[in-house]
Structures are given as structure tokens and as C-alpha cells.
Design a protein around this ligand. Structure first.
Ligand SMILES: [Zn+2]
Length: 64
């Protein structure tokens, strides 16, 4: 029985770590679409926002 509990704790810890990691990497999950993710301005490269202000706005809005 003790082994099962240890295993469950281990899995819980792993899930927690993964969630924290995912939260930290949230902005990196955003895919470049060719348009600013905040204001939809057309971009000619692989940037995801036209400028840092748009990135900040987007992060504040929490759109994922
Ligand atoms: Zn923009």
C-alpha cells in the first residue's frame, strides 16, 4: 500500500511541475500567425506582436 501512495505522490508532483512549467512558458505557446496577436496588424516576419506594447497588452488580457 505504501508503494501505491508514494507513486501517487510522485505523479501529483510531476503534474504540478508540468503545470508550473507550462504557465511560465505560456507566451511561448502562442503561435506566430503572420498578424499581431493583439491588434491584427500584418507582420512580415515570425514575430507574434507588432511591438512590445502589443505583447504586454496581450499578456495582460490573458488571451491564450
Ligand atoms: Zn499590434
Amino acid at each position: 500500500m505504501a508503494d501505491n501512495i508514494d507513486r501517487a505522490n510522485e505523479i501529483t508532483e510531476q503534474l504540478k511541475e508540468r503545470q508550473i512549467k507550462a504557465a511560465r512558458e505560456n507566451t511561448s505557446l502562442a503561435k506566430a500567425t503572420g498578424y499581431c496577436l493583439n491588434c491584427s496588424e500584418k507582420l512580415n516576419d515570425s514575430r507574434r506582436w507588432c511591438d512590445p506594447n502589443c505583447r504586454d497588452d496581450w499578456e495582460k488580457l490573458g488571451i491564450r
